[in-house]
Design a protein around this ligand. Structure first.
Ligand code: CA
Length: 515
């Protein structure tokens, strides 16, 4: 007998014994278990949220979650790439154990394994997955699913609704918001608590804005990051040999000289109206050098932020619905994104590296009556902790083989004294014999509140950063004799974490012939 059912039986007994004034609806037991809405985006860096101090945009609706709840300053991913981050969240296990280490390595996510949605179902929760799934197969563990096919386009997405392919017309971010609202209003079983995973494609490459957002930021200049013209001195081979610069890697498609291929005539006309004049002026100007990079940065960051704005507006609509429907009080709302992203930081776009802009995930949570409004948490948390947290919120048991830890005590403002003091990271998507997008070398590392040690193990190059003195990670101090002791301690910590997390002995090392 599961916990939910036994609770109901107890309550029924109580109702039989009690008289009129104490009569409760039969589903009162469920009503006490909170609903959870997990809002998840793709590639939304924390430094593009105003509650994280963004210098480049405002996100009033995401900020509302933080203002009425808690903001986590130090949430980090275990492997900074789309599919693998999702797999970690579903399983509560590092990539080497859940089996999904790369997007492009030919692996597919094993949906037969233990995941938190299945465990929530067993605990009596209704589970729904709307939007970007991106694990190469159909979701398991959901009562309802309506997912994008693969990455999904920004416009007119084909989708798979409970296994049936459907074609939808419009701007994907808005479609996914409408689907989430529809399910909340009409789709769900109102007698059961729910877990809704509402997952956007936005603001993933190629950052295509919706028609409503073309004019946003039109006549403003977005501030540039301090490190836009980084020359990578002070760091090793990997930073020099990546392929993710705004200067060299961005395509005409990224930069909106070529429109998306799947627009209808009306959408295409709006697209041309939005970009053609600026494109013509650009062609005429024949920019070179830094001025060219600056122009590309403005084009890129405005489109990225326009995609974020559509997400933020959708979040506002859903928060309003929770208010209007009387659901706000008993529904925990959590917002995060699968990893961070380079917003011109180090001259880059994309993610993958263990450096701060792509390691950090945004994480804000609202839980009325439990989280103190406007609170800030600085403990080291990871996407590895999400599955455990969701189970804990539902009052379900957390399996021993999950590797993270519930952050529910942190939400309550009660960080356990033995909370982790370091996090482990491991990126795998580099195969020199088969190529790999953006050419970021494999690496693992450890981060504490102050230091970060990274090992690019196929090249056997190490980097050490003092995040207090060098928050932009511009100069590795690994070779400085003054840091011998720190290096020794951090290497011991990496070894401890690799043992704790059961990282295979080869550590993901490529064969000599593959290098
Ligand atoms: Ca991503």
């Amino acid at each position: 007998m599961n916990r939910d059912r036994s609770f109901k039986l107890l309550l029924t007994g109580f109702l039989i014994l009690s008289s009129g004034p104490f009569l409760l609806p039969l589903n009162a037991a469920d009503a006490k278990r909170p609903n959870v809405i997990f809002i998840f985006t793709d590639d939304h860096a924390a430094h593009a949220m105003s509650c994280y101090g963004s210098k480049i945009n405002q996100t009033p609706n995401l900020d509302r979650i933080a203002r009425e709840g808690m903001r986590f300053q130090n949430c980090f991913c275990t492997n900074s790439i789309c599919g693998p981050s999702r797999a970690v969240i579903l399983t509560g296990k590092h990539s080497h154990l859940n089996g999904y280490k790369t997007n492009e390595g030919g692996e597919s996510f094993n949906g037969a394994q233990q995941t938190f949605p299945k465990l929530l179902q067993t605990a009596g929760y209704q589970t729904a997955m709307i939007g970007k799934w991106h694990l190469g197969n159909n979701p398991t563990g959901f009562d309802y699913s309506d997912i994008l096919v693969g990455q999904g386009p920004y416009y007119n997405p084909p989708m798979i609704a409970n296994g049936q392919r459907v074609q939808r017309t419009g701007y994907t971010t808005e479609i996914l918001t409408d689907l989430a609202l529809d399910w909340l209003e009409k789709g769900r079983d109102k007698d059961k608590p729910f877990m809704l995973m509402w997952q956007h494609k936005a603001p993933h490459r190629e950052w295509q804005p919706g028609p409503k957002y073309f004019d946003l930021y039109k006549d403003v200049t977005i501030p540039e990051p301090d490190t836009l013209f980084d020359d990578y001195s002070g760091r090793g081979t990997a930073a020099h040999k990546q392929d993710m610069t705004i200067e060299k890697t961005m395509t005409r498609f990224d930069l909106k000289f070529d429109p998306p291929k799947n627009l209808n005539p009306e959408q295409l006309a709006a697209w041309h109206k939005a970009y053609d004049d600026e494109n013509a002026a650009f062609e005429k100007a024949k920019l070179t050098g830094k001025e060219l990079v600056r122009w590309k940065y403005q084009r890129y960051i405005k489109d990225y932020l326009r995609c974020v704005a559509a997400v933020d507006d959708g979040v506002g609509r859903v928060l309003k619905h929770l208010d209007d429907a009387g659901l706000a009080q008993n529904t925990i709302v959590i917002y995060s994104s699968d990893q961070g992203f380079y917003l011109g930081d180090h001259g880059w776009f994309d993610k993958r590296f263990m450096y701060e802009p792509s390691l950090r995930m945004p994480l804000v949570a609202r839980w009325p009556g439990v989280i103190k409004p406007g609170s800030l948490n600085t403990d080291l948390v990871q996407n590895l902790d999400f599955a455990e947290t969701f189970l804990d919120l539902a009052g379900a048991e957390i399996p021993q083989d999950m590797q993270g830890r519930s952050i529910v005590p942190l939400l309550k403002g009660q960080t356990p004294s033995d909370w982790r003091k370091s996090i482990y990271y491991h990126y795998y998507e580099f195969f020199s014999d088969r190529g790999a997008s953006h050419a970021v070398r494999r690496h693992y590392g450890v981060r504490t509140d102050r230091y970060k040690l990274i090992h690019f193990y196929n090249e056997d190059e190490w980097e050490l950063f003092d995040l207090q003195k060098d928050p932009n990670e511009m100069r590795s101090i690994y070779a400085d004799p003054a840091n011998t002791e720190v290096v020794k301690e951090l290497k011991a910590e990496v070894a401890r974490l690799q043992k704790l997390y059961q990282v295979p002995d080869d550590r993901g090392k490529l064969k000599a012939s593959e290098l």
